[in-house]
Design a protein around this ligand. Structure first.
Ligand SMILES: C[S@@+](CC[C@H](N)C(=O)[O-])C[C@H]1O[C@@H](n2cnc3c(N)ncnc32)[C@H](O)[C@@H]1O
Length: 536
């Protein structure tokens, strides 16, 4: 049975910290062999780059050096929950998701022949998991829904989870049984614990960099079925938190838990989190180090599941943003991308736009740790990117979009499609920052109070330019394809570069980083409208 098979070793995934694979197989060389049975990864013909103090070594394979397909047993998941759990859909060749060939062809047809694919950890990569809690208190089930149902599959040995998540789930189960905590019953709307979110921080500067990943600590967010902390069941919530902290906190036998939070939710819909959050135990601030900066992430804010792969993506992204550029980061979450660019590319200005107001506090904390010498104008706006999208684009050289799986909002897509013709008009709307200064309407001003300007650089004249570069980060392959074709058919953009990242090994999904450049318009029209050509 799968249970008896040898487990893929973490040493194996550590050895293959990052391989930059050519997406197009070459029949000639045998550069990577990953044998999960022997738990070895051999990497030949690699050019290691020196690791930064916080990074595992990064290995880049030359183009066209990976033979595909590898034997089907290679890089196998070996998970006892495969097929019963809906999390993973692919058991073999985790380093080469099935969708990769389609992506390679797609980009090649669009003229990008050097599309490549970076793969990182194949097991234990998931540092953030939202798990449903159901079943009897004596034997709670904590895991994901079986495909197409609301039956929860218990996944104690999940191979995608960072091992600390599995250990924290085990501890939670022990606490629930001991304290008779009732899992949620969806049909009746009864029970106490509905979901748990587990997020791992691997950032601990007090231990050597090489040991940080495996020693990740878990921020546990318990989604409690009550309106607030004054409900009759609150005592049980506190007992459960104390149990977890006593056994897994700083003074526990094994220090596993970073902190414990409660979220209160009584709604009968499928929305996991309610609006009310309480910090219960442990450190309040949760830090991670990605894209060259320290990032704070509250449990209520969006966080990427695959921290290490996200770090690699950010480092690749940096090179597409000219130093000193003005950037608008749409669908920004806590602003990790924008703040990383502000620091590493010394951006003149960065505007982050995000619809979830809970992300603001994380943005502020992250921004407060940026180098004091940074001469950049940085702001975060609680706003819907689909409303008046042009006003966010005016004044930026680069627009970064990182939408949810469903892709770009139509109004934003339409605006991006028509950008070149809009540029020729003399009546471009004011940029959001210029508008803000002139705004008088009280309801808009109230909404603005949730926005923040954390840094102001040396005052510069407000630019009315429109972005020449569009960087699209996508976790939804189907929506990306549609948005990409729509952008190209407008003739306003061409596709310059594309990279894939193995963000979700074992699934159909890959993460895409695509760089579009704006098609230039004849100069004559620019001169007519009195505009100067911007230096590129
Ligand atoms: C895939 S996440 C990316 C977050 C961020 N870029 C990061 O990497 O941490 C997408 C984000 O878009 C936000 N979002 C969804 N629709 C939005 C909209 N119409 N306007 C602004 N933000 C939106 C979500 O709340 C979520 O934080």
């Amino acid at each position: 049975s799968r249970h008896q098979q040898p487990q893929p070793s973490y040493a194996c995934s550590m050895a293959l910290n990052l391989l930059s694979l050519s997406a197009r197989p070459s029949p000639t060389t045998s550069a990577v062999m990953c044998q999960s049975i022997a738990t070895t990864f051999s990497v030949l013909s690699v050019t290691p780059t020196p690791p930064s103090p916080l990074q595992p070594p990064l290995l880049s394979l030359p183009q066209n050096s990976i033979p595909m397909p590898l034997p089907s047993s290679s890089c196998a998941l070996h998970c006892p929950h495969f097929q019963s759990c809906s999390g993973c859909t692919h058991e073999y060749n985790l380093h080469h998701p099935a969708i990769l060939d389609e992506a390679t062809d797609f980009f090649e047809k669009l003229g990008v022949s050097d599309f490549n694919f970076d793969t990182c950890r194949l097991w234990g990569w998931r540092c953030r998991a939202k798990l449903a809690v159901r079943g009897p208190p004596t034997k709670p089930l904590i895991g994901l829904y079986r495909e197409g149902t609301h039956d929860v599959v218990d996944i104690p040995e999940c191979k995608a989870h960072h091992p600390s998540i599995n250990a924290a789930v085990e501890l939670l189960k022990q606490g629930m049984s001991k304290l008779n905590i009732e899992p949620y019953d969806e049909d009746q709307g009864t029970g106490e614990l509905r979901y748990v979110q587990m997020a791992v921080t691997t950032y601990n500067t007090s231990i050597p960099a090489s040991q940080r990943y495996k020693n990740g600590k878990v921020q546990v967010a318990l989604v409690w079925n009550s309106r607030n902390e004054n409900s009759p069941s609150s005592e049980k919530l506190n007992d459960l938190a104390n149990f977890i902290w006593r056994n897994g906190g700083v003074k526990g036998k094994v220090h596993l838990i970073h902190s414990i939070w409660a979220n209160f939710q009584t709604s009968t819909n499928n929305i996991i989190f309610g609006n009310r959050w309480r910090h219960l135990l442990g450190e309040r601030d949760f830090w991670e180090h990605v894209g060259g900066i320290d990032v704070s992430l509250a449990p209520s804010s969006f966080g990427q599941a695959n921290t290490r792969a996200f770090d690699f993506l950010l480092r690749k992204l940096h090179k597409y943003v000219p130093s000193g550029a003005s950037v608008v980061d749409l669908y920004a979450g806590a602003g990790v991308i924008g703040l990383s660019l502000a620091t590493m590319r010394k951006c003149r200005s960065v505007k982050c736009v995000e619809v979830n107001k809970e992300s603001k506090v994380s943005f502020e904390k992250t921004a407060a740790r940026l180098p004091a010498t940074l001469d950049s104008s940085i702001s975060w706006h609680h706003a819907d990117a689909s409303k008046e999208p042009l006003s966010w684009l005016v004044g930026s050289d680069v627009v970064v979009v990182d939408p949810p799986r469903k892709g770009l909002d139509l109004s934003l897509l339409d605006t991006l499609r028509s950008l070149s013709s809009l540029e020729l008009k003399s009546n471009l709307p004011e940029s959001t920052s210029a508008k803000a200064e002139n705004e008088k309407r009280p309801w808009i001003l109230r909404e603005r109070e949730t926005s923040v300007q954390v840094k102001s650089c040396t005052v510069q004249e407000e630019s009315r330019s429109l972005p020449e570069t569009l960087i699209y980060i996508s976790c939804g392959w189907d929506s990306f394809k549609e948005d990409c074709m729509s952008l190209l058919s407008s003739k306003a953009w061409y596709l310059d570069k594309a990279h894939g990242f193995n963000f979700f090994p074992g699934t159909q999904s890959i993460e895409i980083l695509a760089v579009f450049k704006r098609v230039s318009k004849p100069n004559i029209k620019r001169r007519k409208s009195g505009k100067k050509k911007r230096p590129s």
